[in-house]
Design a protein. Structure first.
Length: 114
C-alpha cells in the first residue's frame, strides 16, 4: 500500500517521500499489514476555508483522508494535494514544518498517533 511521508532533515527543512506499507496475503480476508503500536485515534473535520500557516506535526502520526482534499506544502516549496483514501505519515515534529489548506470544501480525516 502506498503512502506519503512528511519528514524534516537535520536543517529542519520538511520534505515529502513515498513509502510502501508492506501487506501480507491473509487469504480470504485479504491483505493485511503487520500490527503497529498506536497511542490514540482522533477524528477530525476541517472547514472549507481551512488555511493553516507553517506548523509542525504535534506528534508522529498517520493521517487518513476520508473525504475532501487538502494541499500540503513543505519547506522545499513542493506542494501535493491529498484526497479521500490517501494516507500520510507526518514526522516533521521539529523544524519549519509544513502548511496545509483546504482545496474542495470541508475535509474529514483521522489522525492515528504513534
Amino acid at each position: 500500500m502506498k503512502a506519503t511521508k512528511v519528514s524534516s532533515d537535520k536543517q529542519g527543512r520538511s520534505f515529502f517521500s513515498p513509502i510502501q506499507i508492506k501487506l501480507n496475503d491473509e487469504g480470504e480476508i485479504g491483505f493485511l499489514s503487520n500490527p503497529q503500536e498506536v497511542k490514540s485515534i482522533i477524528f477530525r473535520i476541517t472547514s472549507a476555508d481551512y488555511d493553516y500557516d507553517w506548523h509542525n506535526a504535534p506528534q508522529k502520526q498517520y493521517i487518513v483522508i476520508l473525504e475532501g482534499e487538502v494541499e500540503i506544502e513543505v519547506s522545499t516549496g513542493e506542494k501535493k494535494i491529498f484526497g479521500g483514501g490517501d494516507v500520510l505519515l507526518v514526522e516533521d515534529i521539529e523544524g519549519q514544518g509544513h502548511r496545509s489548506r483546504a482545496i474542495s470544501g470541508e475535509r474529514k480525516s483521522i489522525f492515528v498517533t504513534l
